[in-house]
Write a protein of this length. Sequence first.
Length: 306
Amino acid sequence: MIDVCLLGTGGMMPLPYRALTSLMLRYGGSSVLVDCGEATQIQVRRRGWSFNPIDVILITHFHADHISGLPGMLLAMGNAERLEPVTIVGPKGIEHVVRSLCVIAPRLPFELKFIELDDSLQEQTLELVGLRIKAFKVNHNMLCYGYSFELDRAGKFDAEAAKALGLPVNLWNRLQHGEDVEFEGKVYTGDMVMGPARKGLKITYSTDTRPTAKIEEEAAGADIFICEGMYGEKDEESITKARDKKHMTMYEAAEIAAKAQPKELWLTHYSPSMIKPEQYTDEVRKIFPQTIICKDRRTVELKFID
């Protein structure tokens, strides 16, 4: 089970009714935060979630609306009596950028650890807090990454196979959890009593980019594909802005989803000039019917499907 909360849905600047884009995942007692613009900690508080369990912070790129709230967030975590180290992942230069921002938060009660993504690679995979996290390059006007989160699910335990092997019941649990066991001079492995792997959970997150084949590849099969829809207008000015500033329109995001076929497309990162993003719902759903024009703090609990 993974709890997913899109804390804010705004781009460029926070508004009284729309916070800056940030995502928070909760799994296995840990929280993962993706991006941290101004006042992100207010959205966490409004959602009723805690700062203390944030073990990992992922940064997509170094534009202010995605990282300038980090000192305040780290201070909020310290005030929540966080003592364990926090891992911060991001583009090349992440440690220097964060250390510079944290001049105004110099006495944190926990250690900061950094994972700097290798800019010579198109994608990298990390194993953090029980999740497989893939960082992949997108196409913005500075080095920028999207992230996919995957939680695998083992196959069903085959009790009949275990019985046929003559294994006593007290060994079944160890085999089910991937442990090898020895019985009567023979070694037994989990694959001998487990069925094929079942579908797990997947969330893909991408903002601040033009459409790319890699985003489509990562969104394929996702339970939730979270993507920017900076502009909803279809006029030439909005289309030109999207191209020049390397952002996406809602319709371009929907076209990616139509090819990738995630279960849902969540649009986010709206331009401050777009007062009512939901007015474009019908038009966008003509391209991909499972589109949701998100509002701040949209939350779901993703569960395995039997």
